[in-house]
Write a protein that binds this ligand. Structure first.
Ligand code: ADP
Ligand code: MG
Ligand code: MG
Length: 252
């Protein structure tokens, strides 16, 4: 089964250390949530996993099924089965959504194993229906003029078609109304499988009413400072983060 291990991960932005030693182990079939106050490095973690050039990893390791992720280029990470919604450019002039999706799928499948056009269209149309997306979306230029909710749905569509091993979703719930949130959550739940792990980064507990995590981690000041089950998310929702700070003697 899938095994994703982050050990002692440290990362800097413009010389400033943001991640101060992240440890996290995920297996296929598990849903992990990372919650935390704003500015604690949650998105930096997602970006470092993605290989964003702005973030310099200075220490630690990340492996997917024993393979060194940090050593891989961004496209190699995708091919290895890592899906990060943010890895996709926000807009690409002249490239339709369906062109983009098909080339992303083929990059993931590898040379000599490309998906046939008929099969691709059938899969794409099926998934778009599940996500209650307007069929004309396939032919629109990628993300051009997409509303916030449409972009999020499109990210879930990409995830469904790419069949990744590890899915990292950063604030997938931000800007979604309750109906769109349910559709996104259903998309994630439908993709749950024994060989796929999810890392769901969210500021709010709301999403976790629809996607039940197996583990909840609290991130503060560049570290995972507390881990628990779904009840931890409920307590954070009810009481905020101050009690965690007090418990750990964190001052800021
Ligand atoms: P979170 O996602 O938990 O809200 P971020 O990872 O976005 O936190 O940010 C963590 C810290 O890194 C913040 O102090 C933020 O100001 C800083 N930071 C994030 N991105 C950049 C950047 N591109 N340049 C400079 N500082 C950044
Ligand atoms: Mg933020
Ligand atoms: Mg963030």
């Amino acid at each position: 089964t899938t095994n994703f291990v982050i050990e002692g991960l440290k990362a800097t932005i413009e010389g400033k250390e943001i991640l101060k030693g992240i440890n996290l182990e995920m297996k296929g079939g598990e849903i992990h949530a990372i919650m935390g106050p704003n500015g604690t490095g949650k998105s930096t973690l997602a970006s470092a996993l993605m290989g964003h050039p702005k973030y310099e990893v200075t220490d630690g390791s990340v492996t997917l099924d024993g393979e060194d992720v940090l050593d891989m280029a961004v496209d190699e990470r995708a091919r290895a089965g890592l899906f990060l919604a943010m890895q996709y450019p926000s807009e690409i002039a002249g490239v339709t959504n369906s062109d983009f999706l098909r080339s992303a799928i083929n990059a993931r499948r590898g040379e000599g194993n490309e998906i046939s056009l008929i099969k691709f269209i059938r899969q794409m149309e099926g998934k778009m229906k599940e996500l209650d997306m307007n069929p004309e979306f396939a032919h629109r230029y990628l993300n051009e003029g997409f509303s916030g909710g449409e972009k999020k749905r499109n990210e879930i569509l990409q995830m469904m078609l790419l069949d990744p091993k590890i899915v990292v979703l950063d604030e997938i719930d931000s800007g979604l109304d309750i109906d769109a949130l349910k559709i996104v959550a259903n998309g994630v739940n439908a993709m749950k499988s024994e060989d796929r792990g999810f890392l769901i980064i969210t500021h709010y507990q709301r999403l976790l009413n629809y996607i039940t995590p197996d583990y909840v981690h609290v991130m503060m000041q560049g570290r995972i400072v507390k881990s628990g089950g779904p009840e931890l998310a409920h307590r954070l929702e009810a009481e905020g983060y101050d009690w965690v700070k007090e418990e750990l003697g964190i001052t800021d």
